[in-house]
Design a protein around this ligand. Structure first.
Ligand SMILES: N[C@@H](CCC(=O)N[C@@H](CS)C(=O)NCC(=O)O)C(=O)O
Length: 227
């Protein structure tokens, strides 16, 4: 049914890229990765990426025609609609719309997370820490008995939150953030996602090192706090 060749244009630390990798892996779809240096974007990348961002999914069809998809949500939904294998988006339209909302909520957490990890002073760090506690507190009230967002079935929402939680696996080795202390359901969800094979395989083995180098380059308060 589906004979297109897929290339995912990626960056080693990008949580949005990881969403697509997790979906591809969950569905056992073959794909190639092409990494881009976002600090020196090559011309070929700027030509095909409307927003200058990763991920991109280059879909090469049997006749050689190439289509470039951008935006992780569009990419993940395209994969959901074209690939067999595990279903990752609910069949019921109402539930599916709700899941889309929580995917967007995950993106808004990533925005606060960016501010948190790049904060260079205590005030900004604390403000972003509080924003994250508030947002994860909201997530806590949405979760039931798990183990996944929607109960027993792994979904796109899980693919969105797994890369978010991965940041904290590295942060926890540097300094306690305390963000999940009062959130037992989020903690259980985080642990479940961390052990999922598709999640583990969504980054290279040197991800923790790369993230630490990023924090050093940014002069992150997170590191100073630990010192
Ligand atoms: N809304 C986009 C966000 C993607 C995004 O922010 N990607 C970052 C890397 S994680 C990027 O390419 N940044 C480069 C830039 O903004 O110049 C999506 O969901 O795909």
């Amino acid at each position: 049914m589906f004979d297109a060749k897929l290339t995912l244009v990626s960056h080693y630390l990008c949580p949005y890229v990881q969403r697509a990798v997790i979906v591809l892996t969950e569905k056992a779809v073959a794909f190639e990765l092409r990494y881009v240096d976002l600090s020196a974007k090559p011309d070929w990348f700027l030509t095909i990426s409307p927003l200058g961002k990763v991920p991109l999914l280059i879909v090469r069809q049997g006749d050689g025609a190439e289509t470039v998809l951008f935006e992780s949500a569009a990419i993940c939904e395209y994969l959901e609609e074209t690939q067999s294998g595990a279903r990752l988006h609910p069949a019921d339209p109402l539930t599916r719309a709700r899941h889309r909302g929580w995917i967007e909520f995950g993106s808004s957490i990533l925005s606060d997370l960016w501010g948190f990890e790049t904060a260079t002073d205590e005030g900004t760090y604390e403000a972003k820490r509080k924003a994250l506690i508030d947002k994860f507190g909201r997530v806590e009230t949405e979760l039931n008995d798990g183990p996944f967002f929607a109960g027993g079935v792994f979904s796109l929402v899980d693919a969105v939150f797994a890369p978010i939680f991965r940041y904290f696996d590295v942060f926890d080795t540097i300094t306690p953030t305390g963000i999940f202390d009062a959130l037992p359901r989020v903690r259980a969800w985080r642990a479940e996602l961390a052990s999922r094979q598709s999640v583990r395989d969504a980054v290279t083995h040197d991800y923790p090192h790369r993230l630490k180098v990023f924090l050093m380059d940014r002069d992150a308060w997170l590191l100073k706090r630990a010192a």
